[in-house]
Structure formats: C-alpha cells, structure tokens
Design a protein. Structure first.
Length: 366
C-alpha cells in the first residue's frame, strides 16, 4: 500500500519531481533500523552493564595504616549489625542492641581518633513530635538518633555538613542492605577521617537514625529539634533499596548545581542517573526517604545516594549479608569518603541560601 501511494504522488507531480519524491519517501532498509537498535543494545550490554558491575578490590586490615577505607572492617560491622536481626523501631533489638552496638563502635573510633587534631562529640537523643503525612497526622514519641560531630580543632565555621542513614528495619528483614550497608560505611568513613591528619573547613555531623522505616520520624525529629540541625546546610543521604553493587546518585538539589559538580569532582567511581530521579519524583514509586524530610522541614539541599542492586531483596527476609560482597562496600566507601571530604571543604557551604541568591542576582544583572 505504501508503494502505491508513492507512485501516485510522483506521477501527479510530473517527471521533474519524480526522482526527488522517490528519494525522499524511500525508507531506510529494515535491517538498518534493526541494526541501529541492536547497536545501542549491544553498547548497553557491552559497556554500561559491565561498567556497573565492575567493583574495586576490597581492602583488608593489612592496609590499616594507610588512611584508606577498609572494606573488611565495614563488613565485620555489617555482620554484627545484621545478626541483631529485625530492628523494628521500638523493639529491644533496635532501641537497645543496635544503639549499644553503634555507641560502642563510636566510642572505639573516638578512642583511636587524633585527639590533638579533632574534636569528636557523640550525642544520643530522643525526639517526639508530629507532622502531616499524606492525609494523616503522624505522631511519634521517643525515637532515637545518634549524632556524631567531628570538627578540626580551632574550626570556626558555623555551617555543618550532614551525613545521614538509618539503622532500623521493616519487620522480618535483617536489613543488611537497607540500610545496614550505609551505616557501616559511615562508621568506617568517620574512622578514616578522624585518624587522618588532614583538615577541612566545616564540621561534619554523622547521623545514625533509628526510625526511618515507619514514616521517617527520626529524621524529622532531628531536623526540627536537634541542637545541631539549624547549622546543617547540606546533606548526603545514604539509603538502600537492595544492596551489593555500585551505589547510584538518585536525587540532587534542589537548585544547587555545585552539589553535582562536587559529585563529579570527588567520586572515584561515579554512577548517576537522571531517569532514577524522574521516576522517584513522579511518585510512581510509593516511597519517600529521609532526603525528603531534610528538604521539606529543614530546607537543606543535598545528594540522595542509594544502593539498589538486588532490588528483589528489598524489605524481605532475603536482605542478608550474603548478598553483599566486600567489593561493593569498598566501592561505596571510597566514593563516600572522598565526597564527604570534598563537601566538608566546600566554600559554597558557608551559606547555601546566599549562594543561591548570588546566582539569581548575576542572572538578573546580565
Ligand atoms: C589551635 O590553636 C591553638 C592556639 O592558637 C594552637 O596552639 C594549636 O596548635 C591549634 N591546633 C591546630 C590543630 O591547629
Ligand atoms: C581541604 O582543605 C585543606 C586545607 O584547608 C586541605 O589540606 C585538604 O587537602 C582539603 N581536602 C580536600 C579533599 O580537598
Ligand atoms: C528552585 O528553582 C526554581 C526555578 O528557578 C524555583 O521556582 C524554586 O522555588 C526553587 N526552589 C528552591 C527550593 O529554592
């Protein structure tokens, strides 16, 4: 039918345009179109997927004196943390066992830190409050946050970098990936920074929060009530909806392009996707994260970084440490260590609001 139409058109337009018409309507042969798709498909399988699956060699305690992220240590902590079992907010496992494990580990880090170079403060707090969530009022009482502030001695900066993840779990999941993985990564990052004689501009607050899986109560409690919250001007939020591969930059902003520039500059093995951000913000995935709370109630911009390999284990009894290779911890650890160091030196952090207005002003003047 297509050919018949073509013929009619070229006849009615006379001989002069005949060749032209024929040329313009002729189609690319089918095998080229298929080849084109195949080409991109192959490119995806040949480059993107192997790239996504490639992980660095995991470091062992042999490198303990090199001031680098040691996956072996993070793995050992993940073993202990996930072996506590289900850590439902309010349960003995979450409020006593997990909290005690983290406090012990943090005291240990504080003990080995460079005390003449850094000030390290560990703060266990409880928060109660309420906020509207969808069409109900969510009230909570006594949720726990462990916040650790690390500042170089003589540091005068009044703006802090916040690094957050949660240690509680849904019912019936040991939650090794969501988000035990990120909790032990934070512990190791803190250990490395606090034992390395390298200074930075802004104090860093590491927040180990104990109530995310309900409706993100602990992050709300922190950002609305904690003594350090008003000074936190940017956040690196770490999450898991699975675990065991590369972590992905899921969301950034709002409006602070320097965040992405720092990500590009400092992350050793970057993997970011705009598709992920679009999907998340479109509301197709019926899920929120602490990142939303910090933005909504604290107006804190930042990066939302997520482990999402093995998504089928998310919120199930299969979210166990066996799914997590040490190499994945090394990958995320190297990235997050470098990113935290970069952010902690960011001049943009001095006042994120002023920074935004400066950009607007420049645009208007131009
Ligand atoms: C902090 O300041 C004191 C007094 O000015 C000085 O003696 C000390 O060396 C400084 N510490 C660091 C780590 O810069
Ligand atoms: C941060 O700045 C200090 C000097 O103020 C410098 O010694 C350090 O290497 C910087 N760190 C990074 C990651 O740029
Ligand atoms: C981000 O920028 C957009 C467009 O410039 C603006 O409408 C919006 O209010 C900004 N959001 C924040 C949180 O500043």
């Amino acid at each position: 039918m297509g050919d018949k139409e073509k013929l009619l058109i070229s006849e009615s337009e006379g001989t002069g345009s005949k060749i032209l018409t024929k040329k313009s309507t002729s189609k690319v042969p089918w095998y080229l179109a298929t080849g084109f798709l195949l080409f991109w498909g192959l490119l995806f399988f040949a480059i993107v997927i192997p790239f996504f699956n490639r992980l660095p060699t995991a470091r062992t305690l042999d490198d303990a004196d090199k001031n680098v992220f040691i996956a072996e240590r993070a793995y050992k902590n993940l073993y202990t943390l996930s072996n506590i079992g289900y850590k439902l907010t309010g349960s003995k496992e979450n409020e006593i066992e997990a909290v005690q494990f983290l406090l012990n580990e943090l005291e240990d880090i504080k003990e080995t830190s460079l005390k003449d170079f850094f000030d390290m403060e560990i703060d266990l707090s409880q928060a109660s409050g309420s906020y509207p969530y969808k069409n109900l009022l969510n009230m909570y009482q006594g949720v726990q946050n462990i916040a650790v502030k690390l500042a170089p001695k003589n540091c005068t900066s009044e703006t802090y970098l916040l690094v957050n993840s949660h240690f509680d779990s849904k019912p019936f999941t040991p939650s090794a990936g969501d988000a035990g993985f990120m909790i032990v990564t934070m512990l190791e990052v803190l250990r490395v920074i606090s034992t390395t004689r390298e200074t930075f501009q802004h104090p860093i607050v590491f927040l180990f929060n104990g109530a995310e899986e309900g409706m993100m109560e602990a992050s709300h409690g922190f950002i609305t009530q904690h003594k350090w919250a008003p000074k936190c001007k940017a956040v690196i939020n770490l999450e898991g909806v699975g675990g065991g591969g590369r972590e992905v930059l899921f969301q950034s902003g709002p409006n602070h392009s320097w965040l992405l520039n720092y990500y590009k500059k400092y992350v050793k093995y970057p993997f970011a996707t705009v598709v992920a951000e679009e999907v998340f913000q479109s509301g197709v995935i019926p899920s929120d994260s602490d990142f939303t709370q910090f933005r909504k109630y604290g107006n804190v911009p930042g990066l939302d970084i997520i482990q999402l390999t093995n998504g089928y284990i998310y919120h199930t009894i299969y979210d166990v440490i066996d799914e997590i290779p040490r190499e994945a911890l090394q990958n995320s650890g190297d990235n997050i260590l470098s990113l935290v160091r970069g952010f902690a030196n960011a001049t943009e952090l001095h006042d994120t609001k002023v920074f935004f207005y400066i950009i607007v002003n420049i645009l208007i003047i131009n």
